[in-house]
Design a protein around this ligand. Structure first.
Ligand code: ADP
Ligand code: MG
Length: 303
């Protein structure tokens, strides 16, 4: 993969014959994935560029039209940060989790379910698809409870991160019903508790669990970096559970990559066939991964 660029590639010099050849080469992948579900985590950080957003929406629609069932789970870190700043509040993270007091939770819900989700729904619809936005409340999908966050170094130490949720269960029936009717579900990572209280759940964690309960063929996590990098900044194309442990222990994996890699590994171990962390800054990253014949990003292995 060359360096990321948001500019669409100029294909005017490509001969129609070659274009047909390229399309034909996608056939084995289309056949393999027809009727399968793919959960796509669309990172808050990978979705701030309008040209990239449009390419993403086009890819999602194309996948749907060739008979694959994409389910989008979105984040919204940068967008939440912007609104918090406007309100004079500063975001604070512990081990990649946003500390969420009641006021922050309100902002999180506005931004995720109001702004970001509806932006994505609009973009997919404009690209010719039929997207439906959902939070974890819709169809009683995501039950959650307060997260007990153990310290990475000392598991006896617990961190209070406020209304950050841990998933209790996911009922995917609303997603399945929409899929069967040709809709593309777009899920905001908000769960509800026993007293109907809201929880802010890391979008990677939701995407991973949703992929598991849907028995998805693939989980694709689009992010704002080439994949998982080693200490020297080199891309790691494949990761085993053992290597992941090492990288977490020595601090090579930190911040937002912690919940991402944990979710990815959970999904891989729970039967999701292929789990990839890929560079959402590359135009048409989704198509490249699904229908292309060259691996890119980091593949997470179950053993
Ligand atoms: P997203 O919006 O995609 O969830 P995050 O900021 O939450 O993005 O997580 C991705 C970030 O994780 C990267 O931009 C990078 O700063 C950080 N990160 C920490 N450790 C690593 C690592 N070993 N390899 C790659 N990225 C890492
Ligand atoms: Mg993140």
């Amino acid at each position: 993969m060359t360096s990321p660029t948001a500019q669409p590639t100029d294909l005017s010099h490509v001969q129609p014959r070659d274009k047909a050849e390229i399309l034909a080469q996608a056939l084995p992948y289309i056949r393999r994935y027809h009727g399968k579900t793919m959960v796509i985590k669309y990172g808050g950080n990978a979705m701030t560029d309008p040209a990239l957003q449009q390419a993403f929406a086009e890819d999602v629609v194309l996948l749907k039209l060739v008979g694959i069932n994409p389910v989008v789970v979105h984040g919204g870190g940068p967008q939440i940060e912007t609104l918090l700043q406007r309100l004079g509040k500063k975001g604070h993270f512990i081990q990649g989790m946003r500390v969420t007091d009641a006021e922050t939770m309100e902002v999180v819900e506005w931004v995720l379910a109001g702004e970001v989700q509806q932006d994505i729904v609009g973009l997919i619809n404009q690209a010719g698809g039929k997207a439906v936005g959902l939070t974890g409340r819709d169809g009683a999908m995501i039950r959650a409870q307060k997260l007990q966050l153990s310290d990475q170094q000392d598991p006896n130490v617990k961190h209070d991160v406020g209304q950050v949720g841990d998933i209790v269960s996911i009922d995917p029936s609303v997603v399945k019903a929409l899929q069967d009717d040709q809709f593309i579900p777009v899920v905001s990572p908000i769960g509800f508790g026993e007293k109907n209280e809201s929880y802010n759940i890391n979008a990677d964690v939701v995407a991973a669990k949703l992929a598991t309960v849907l028995q998805a063929e693939k989980l694709l996590m689009l992010t704002n970096i080439r994949g998982v990098l080693d200490k020297a900044g080199q891309l790691l194309t494949e990761l085993t559970p053992r290597r992941i442990d090492e990288l977490c222990e020595d601090g090579t994996i930190s911040g937002g990559m912690i919940p991402k890699i944990a979710g990815a590994l959970d999904a891989a171990k729970s039967g999701v066939n292929a789990v990839h962390i890929i560079d959402g800054r590359v135009p048409h990253a989704l198509l490249l991964e699904v229908l292309g014949d060259q691996p890119f990003g980091t593949m997470i292995k179950s053993h």
